[in-house]
Write a protein that binds this ligand. Structure first.
Ligand code: 5AD
Ligand code: SF4
Length: 498
């Protein structure tokens, strides 16, 4: 997978250097240790799909920590297994069912050993397929849609009393208000970068996409609750915040004056939180990139020069059929305005090939928009008909061999530009937020402002710091760099409040 705005695996990070945490936080850790001494049940959560699912998995884990569930990475040991699923393409759904096949065997073995682990399917497959999951995979005890996670403890109690539970309502209550904040221990285990969901659902109704049906209509969280969550994360050592939402730049949460606030307002507000060193947001729709948001990339030093802005296709005919609500020229004009504001902006995209009736000429328009923009990376997919979406009913579906062939050509083109973008970084000095141990002993890996992974030789005491690295080489997925001396960075770091 090329570098881009996809979900990043959150490896556990051990902090080797004590940071100046305050007494309250130390006490929170002690409370947690006391709680941990009670009998803990074990929870295994597996996330499929987007960053939103990674975030939701964390929030479920945080909520269940209150119910004395501790996370395990071994499904065979778990008392509760949650698959947090993705319905965006057929392949994603099939992955879930094959995982359930493996879990059926685990549950069988657990039962022979006198245990009876609960198996739950959460996320968008749960929302879309509901009871069908229990019919197809009887090993499943609970099906819970993305809007219902706050009800997990109550639903678990029902399962423990012998019921099979399917909960895919869209409740009126605000699930975020009912979910538990993450503990210091949990935040630290997840590392120095964190996602925060600010907006959920989508009203755009692209004709290929299930999201408006599985995640529902657009809902934005109030500014104040997002800021409180960011402050909680930062107190525990998080340094980079990525605001996430299916249509994040359509954000319109309640602001301080009770009126809807825009994403640029929210970014400006979060930039005032001390010790936030970096901000990003994803995923954006071209139609919702307003002038203030573009200006934020010039005015906010901590807003990274990187934007995931899916275009899906370079053909006006296909864009119209997809109901994307913009033309190729409008997209290109937007890119020009972004680059005029922030010349080094790294742009990434998503593409779909083989949308119904896509001709070779349409597809060539997609190839040449890749050249025209010079994307730093992109995700690309074969069109997958999703039940219930308008495009799935079209009779003019494209043959799979054609899709496969187009995908290979597109990926080749994308990779060429990605390699060029990365090679261009050789010899440059880039600021790297050091995140976790790297591939080899003595190495740390961090991210450049453009979201590229950068491997450097550095002591683990620098995790959570921004260091300047001279880029010396590029690999297939990462850059390699040599750190400048940290002393040179000290005044700049002091200025950020970090
Ligand atoms: N088929 C293929 N790709 C899809 N995506 C969304 N729906 C489909 C589908 N039915 C892709 C889009 C979107 C990304 C998250 O997944 O490119 O931006
Ligand atoms: Fe799906 Fe994104 Fe279109 Fe919304 S804007 S319908 S999430 S592809």
């Amino acid at each position: 997978m090329p570098y881009g705005a996809g979900a990043r695996p959150d490896g556990a990070i051990s902090f080797c250097r004590e940071k100046p945490y305050d007494v309250g936080r130390r006490r929170a850790l002690q409370d947690e240790t006391i709680r941990n001494s009670k009998r803990l049940r074990k929870l295994y959560v597996k996330s499929f799909g987007c960053q939103m699912n990674v975030y939701d998995s964390h929030r479920m884990t945080d909520l269940l920590a209150r119910e004395d569930y501790a996370e395990t990475t071994a499904p065979a040991d778990a008392d509760l297994i949650i698959l947090n699923t993705c319905h965006i393409r057929e392949k994603a759904v099939e992955k879930v069912y094959s995982e359930l096949g493996r879990i059926r065997k685990l549950k069988h073995e657990a039962k022979r050993a006198g245990r009876n682990p609960v198996v739950a399917v959460a996320g968008c497959v749960a929302q879309a397929e509901g009871e069908e999951i229990v019919r197809r995979a009887p090993v499943v005890d609970m099906v819970i849609g993305p809007q219902n996670y706050h009800r997990l403890p109550a639903l678990l109690a029902q399962v423990e009393s012998g019921a099979k539970v399917v909960d895919t309502e869209f409740p009126l209550q605000d699930k975020f208000a009912r979910l538990a904040p993450a503990t210091v221990t949990a935040i630290r285990a997840r590392g120095v970068t964190a996602f925060v969901t600010v907006q959920e659902g989508c009203d755009k109704f692209c004709t290929f996409c299930v999201v408006p049906y599985t995640r529902g209509t657009e809902v934005s969280r109030p500014v104040a609750t997002i800021v409180a969550e960011v402050e909680n994360l930062v107190r525990a050592g998080v340094r980079e915040i990525t605001l996430i939402g299916q249509n994040v730049n359509a954000y319109h949460g309640e602001g301080a004056n009770g009126r809807p606030a825009t994403l640029s307002h929210l970014l400006n507000r979060i930039a005032k939180v001390p010790s936030v060193l970096r901000l990003r947001y994803t995923t954006s729709h071209p139609r919702d990139m307003d002038e203030n948001l573009i200006a934020a990339h010039r005015d906010l030093a901590i807003l990274m020069p990187q934007l995931h802005l899916p275009v899906q296709s370079g053909s006006d005919r296909v864009l119209a059929a997809m109901n994307r609500r913009h033309t190729r020229a409008e997209y290109l004009d937007l890119i020009a305005r972004l680059r005029a504001t922030r010349p080094d902006m790294a742009l990434t995209s998503d593409f779909i090939v083989g949308f119904p009736d896509e001709t070779e000429e349409d597809f060539r328009d997609t190839l040449n928009i890749v050249d025209e923009v010079g994307f730093a990376g992109a995700f690309s997919f074969k069109y997958s008909p999703r039940p219930g979406t308008p495009a799935a009913d079209r009779r003019d579906q494209i043959a799979d061999e054609v899709k496969t062939e187009r995908l290979a050509r597109l990926q080749d083109r994308i990779e060429r530009h990605q390699r060029a973008f990365n090679r261009n970084c050789i010899g440059r000095s880039l600021e790297v937020l050091l995140e976790k141990p790297g591939r080899n002993p003595g190495q740390l890996v961090g991210r450049s402002p453009y979201l590229q992974p950068v491997q450097v030789m550095a002591p683990s005491s620098l995790i959570g710091e921004i260091a300047t690295a001279q880029i010396t080489d590029v690999g297939s997925n990462s850059l390699f760099g040599a750190l400048h001396s940290m002393e040179a960075r000290a005044p700049a770091l002091a200025g950020t409040g970090g």
